[in-house]
Design a protein around this ligand. Sequence first.
Ligand code: SAM
Length: 202
Amino acid sequence: MYVWPCAVVLAQYLWVHRRSLPGKRVLEIGAGVSLPGVVAARCGAQVILSDSEELPRCLQSCRSSCLMNHLPHVPVLGLTWGRMSPELLSLAPIDIILGSDVFFDPKDFEDILTTIYFLLEKNPHAQFWTTYQVRSADWSIEALLYKWKLKSIHVPLHSFGADKEHLASSSLPGRHTIEMMIISLAQSDGTSVYSTLDFSTR
Ligand SMILES: C[S@@+](CC[C@H](N)C(=O)[O-])C[C@H]1O[C@@H](n2cnc3c(N)ncnc32)[C@H](O)[C@@H]1O
């Protein structure tokens, strides 16, 4: 029911990369109010929004955001992290997965990454674009990335003009420490399998 500070940062990343978005197939997980997914859809991506199938009010929030932003045809799915549901198994091919502030509770971290691993195995060229708020220096997904044969690249906020307390007329980022990373499938030598795919703005 709330736009989290991370959403504004991820939306800014999408806006900066908007020229690469038309035609891209995008899935947002844990979408809630769905700001990043809505921005991607408004920039021409084919977006699917999702939130937990056990949280119907959050799914309704995804639908309301679409309607308010004149996106009545964006599909909204119940996708619970870590659950092999028929909706997950029958998803169409995707290029980009979005996740804003989904790493907020360590008990969910492996469930999120198993869902991401499943999707990247099916779509080896795809990337998971995710922003997270640093809530504890003790939390880490490094061991889980290794376990699930994933790799992450840190994207500095200043590289897309998001290192500000006020962003796109929003004061939400404030003094929160927000980070962005791009997670993708790693090959056994640790290199990316999608290195020829270009997501740049050009
Ligand atoms: C901190 S909120 C972030 C919402 C939105 N992405 C944003 O940044 O404004 C976390 C979101 O994850 C969803 N969520 C929580 N547990 C989940 C689960 N097990 N599977 C899928 N979504 C979940 C919540 O319903 C909520 O929308």
